[in-house]
Design a protein around this ligand. Structure first.
Ligand code: URP
Ligand code: ZN
Ligand code: ZN
Ligand code: ZN
Length: 510
């Protein structure tokens, strides 16, 4: 098949046909250090038909088993990216990585599953889901969905139940920004939080004050600031802190767990820290761009360079990055996403005369595992077991698919990476696997390289070559009532009984 050979030369091979990869479904990974979030040990991992069968030292297997030597390397659960936007229609265009190219890039970087955001079509959840089911047919790795809520009425409320009980989605995202398109007001957020709670679905928020952002944008235009730096200046950290605090308080008022996506500032992080300290169930997700970049690129005189950094909330001034790293290491923030949402330089140029028209989003799905390793593990800020927790296990727990995903134990899906801590990586747009023509991590090098990626027992990345098959990825259904809901009903009961306490009753009747 010449088509597949052609893709092989380009570095993306289509499966067995052109690439000479073995169709063997039995695999032994020998001699590596197997790392889970709770434990690490030197052991072999035996895989059959996409499932991990055994994890033990010195396993003996028959001759027909493909053996991969992992001596001196780390054998870890494949990464799970909780936050991506593949083939998303947004700001008048569509993200350029679709469910094939974005996933191929992910696999080349050691991520074996992602959770993407379904955007409703004309506010219809079901129509939105059908659209995304179609987009995802070309998947080459496993994926799940979150669902955005852009309106609230009886139909949306009913559809939320269908989405949770029949469609395998257990989280809903509310955008407090993007006034005039995706943004919801507090009334809708409250209705949504109540509905999420009753369904055992996790509420997620994009936390920026959209009305104030709109005001900030007008201010920049009045000052004559039209360039990409105007993006950051128009939506400062205080607007992220305010919306984060508001969402946290409203979730606390409803008493339902909250997940704050793309935490980009100290301001937002400190609100999460405060809430968690008080015992509230709030999850904070930093993204790679917020952890390792600062806003200096937005001031670059070259528009193509500056505009590639435009995302929301904005990449912040130096200092926020280090503080977010600290919060990831001390547990205030729990898992790392990417918000992979890429537009090429032609699409970014829609905003050449006005930063408000630059499509928002940066890359990261391929770079996340390497950059978190280099920034957090190589620097000594987190342990290797914590690395597995923040890149994979905690995501699987929160979205209720653990230990099928996020663990190397017998019975789990064989989504596995082999990372060589003595090898190194280098990032650039020439060699990355995303379709976009720029990379916000251009030129970065670091220690630790994902040398092998195994997705459901299939070796899809080895010797710097991808062997991926469109249509081989599976939809992962995620059941409601994750661990964050445990005990919520008890807290409600004690709240109710406190209202009925005799001392209060007598007060109100006097
Ligand atoms: O700039 C961003 N983050 N684009 C994607 C949409 C979102 O807000 O997550
Ligand atoms: Zn090949
Ligand atoms: Zn967002
Ligand atoms: Zn996003």
């Amino acid at each position: 098949n010449s088509q597949s050979n052609q893709f092989c030369e380009a570095g993306i091979g289509y499966g067995e046909v052109g690439c000479g990869i073995s169709s063997s479904t039995k695999l032994l990974i020998k001699g590596g250090t197997v790392v889970n979030a709770h434990h690490q040990e030197v052991a072999d991992v035996y895989v059959e038909d996409g499932i991990i069968v055994a994890v033990k030292p010195d396993l003996k297997v028959s001759d027909d088993v493909k053996v991969i030597d992992a001596t001196g390397k780390f054998v870890m659960p494949g990464g799970i990216d909780p936050h991506t936007h593949l083939a998303m229609e947004f700001m008048g265009t569509e993200t350029i990585d679709d469910f094939f190219s974005g996933q191929a890039a992910a696999l080349a970087g050691g991520t074996t599953m992602h959770i993407d955001f379904v955007i409703p079509v004309n506010d219809s959840l079901i129509a939105g889901l059908e659209t995304y089911e179609e987009k995802a047919k070309k998947s080459c790795m496993d994926y799940g969905f979150h669902m955005a809520i852009t309106k609230f009425d009886d139909i949306v409320s009913r559809d939320m139940e269908i989405i949770v009980k029949e469609k395998g989605i257990n989280s809903f995202k509310f955008f407090l920004a993007y006034k005039g398109s995706l943004m919801v007001n507090d009334e809708l957020l409250l209705e949504g939080l109540k509905r999420c709670k009753s369904l055992g679905a996790l509420a997620m928020v994009h936390a920026e004050n959209g009305d104030a952002v709109f005001e900030g944008q007008k201010r920049m235009i009045q000052l004559g600031i039209f360039g990409p730096e105007g993006h950051a200046l128009s939506r400062p950290p205080v607007l992220e802190g305010e919306a984060t605090a508001r969402a946290i308080r409203l979730a606390g008022f409803v008493n339902t767990p909250l997940y704050v996506v793309h935490v980009m500032s100290i301001d937002a992080m400190e609100e999460i820290a405060k809430a968690r300290k008080s015992g509230q169930r709030v999850v904070g997700e930093p993204v790679v761009s917020g952890l390792v970049l600062d806003d200096s690129g937005l001031w670059d005189s070259d528009f193509t360079t500056a505009s590639k950094y435009v995302m929301s909330p904005p990449i912040r001034a130096s200092g926020h990055d280090k503080a977010l790293q600290g919060a990831l290491s001390n547990g205030v923030l729990q898992l790392v996403g990417t918000d992979h949402c890429v537009f090429n330089s032609t699409q970014k140029a829609f905003g050449i005369d006005d930063f408000r028209k630059i499509p928002n989003g940066v890359n990261g799905i391929e770079e996340r595992m390497h950059l978190v390793w280099d920034t957090m593990v190589e620097s000594g800020q987190i342990s290797i077991t914590d690395y597995v927790r923040v890149t994979s296990t905690e995501c699987a727990r929160i979205f209720n698919i653990y230990p099928r995903k996020g663990a190397i134990i017998a019975g789990s899906d064989a989504d596995i990476i082999i990372l060589n801590p003595n090898s190194s990586f280098e990032i650039n747009a020439r060699s990355h696997h995303s379709r976009t023509d720029t990379n916000v991590y251009e030129g970065r090098r670091g220690k630790g390289k994902v040398e092998v990626t195994i997705a459901r027992g299939r070796v899809v990345w080895e010797n710097n070559e991808l062997k991926v098959v469109p249509g081989s990825g599976k939809y992962i259904e995620m059941p409601p009532f994750n661990y964050l809901f445990s005990g919520i009903d008890k807290a409600d009961a004690s709240y109710l009984s406190s209202l009925n306490a005799p001392v209060k009753r007598s007060k109100s009747t006097t």
